[in-house]
Every structure is written in C-alpha cells, then in structure tokens.
Design a binder for this molecule. Sequence first.
Ligand code: ADP
Length: 248
Amino acid sequence: EEERDDVRNKWHIIVEGVDIPPPIKTFREMKFPKPIIDELTRKGIARPTPIQIQGLPVILSGRDIIGIAFTGSGKSLTFVLPMIMAAMMEEHRMPLEGGEGPVGLILCPSRELARQTHEVIEGFTVELAKQGMAQMRIMLCIGGVDSREQSDIVRNAGVHMVTATPGRLKDLLHKKRMNLDICKYLCMDEADRMVDLGFEDDIRDIYSFFKSQRQTLLFSATMPEKIRKFAESALVNPIVVNVGRAGA
Ligand code: ADP
C-alpha cells in the first residue's frame, strides 16, 4: 500500500477511482511477449514512463481509463500495447473472417496523428508476424487515403485494429463498408482536441455502432468541464490517471 503511494508520488502520478491496480516498475511485469519487448528495445525503450507505469496496469486489468497526459509523455504506447494484446488474444481464440472487425478502434483528431499511431502499431504487428506469433491486420482510415481499397481488406480478410479520424470512420460505417459489431476496445486520443474541432457528434454517432460491451480509453492533455462531461457519458466506472504537471 505504502509502496504504491511512494511510486505514484515519485512520478507525480495522481489517481482517482476505486480498486486501482498498483503501478508497475518494469515492462516485464506486464508479461508482454518477446516480439513486443524486442520492438520496444529496437525503439530504445527500456523503462516505462509515468503514464505507462500507472496506465498500463489499469488498461490491462480491463478498466476504463481517463488518462491526462501531454504529447510526448508516452501515452500512445499506453493504449497501443494493451489493445494489441487484446486483439491478439481474440485472434487466437477465434480467427477473424472476411467482413469482421475491428476488435480495437483508435480515434484521433488529425490525419497526422492517426498516421503516426498506425505506424507505431505497425512496428509491433510486423514483429509479431516475423516471429510467427500472430498475423494481425491493421488499417488506417483517414481522409485522403483510398477508402475503397481499405475496406476491401476488411471485406476479404477482416481487420483487427483500425486507427481513424472520426469523420472518415463515420462515413465508412454509414456506407456499411465497415462495422463495429465485434469491437470491444475504443480509444480516443487527444479527446480535448477532438471536442474542440467539433467531432463530438461524429463520435456519439460512432458509439451507436457498437454492439458488444466495450472497454473505453480516453486520453486528453487537459480536462476542462466539457471534456469531463463528455468522458462521463462514454465511460463506465473509470480510473483517472493524471500525469500532467502536479496540481494541473
Ligand atoms: P505521446 O503519445 O504522449 O505523444 P508517444 O507514445 O508518441 O507519446 O511517445 C513519444 C516518444 O517517446 C516516441 O518517440 C516514443 O517512441 C518515445 N517513448 C515512449 N515511451 C517511452 C519510454 N518508456 N522510454 C523511452 N522512450 C519512450
């Protein structure tokens, strides 16, 4: 009990919520498979950052999270790693067929951020494939990328993870070129920017396509009242992890 408080104090991690899993000290504690550790090593990543220290155990325990963290704090890996693990487990349990997926969806406020996040995921899925551990199909859904070619992948083989901007995704869902029938993980990155850019209605529309219960991850650099309200309407019993400057 005292030790977990020490770790949180040391890294200025502020938590809110009930039954919060203890922070981790190493990636090894999370039992990531070798290809994941290898890719982290290739990127020069050895020790978790504060958002990863507390965010990874929260997400891997299945809880909804509100992560308050600035750009560059390592938040992408905080949601990418658990989502890859979940999609991989799902694939081992029951391989996807044509027309199925995604299992995990990441929404981003801009094409650039979506592309970056997609490329981070790709680094891990390529390594998983190389080491014969899993064949994960991933997709980037943003404006300016040929969406017909993209949705052919879904139709023919199914897709595990999609990284999208809300407008483009909503469009594909309404055209029935993609569905969220088996989607269990939703991550909203830079939620404050998405709300500021007016994506709130698109996102609420996207919620309505979910059929099964989902785990929702919301990340934001700031938590003004309107983001808190927005989060409360979408998350269930969330844990708040704040690594913004102390007191912010
Ligand atoms: P954010 O999503 O908060 O902007 P990213 O996850 O994109 O942050 O990480 C920012 C940079 O820091 C990236 O280059 C990433 O590879 C690197 N990084 C992430 N986690 C770690 C870590 N634990 N140790 C060292 N570098 C890291």
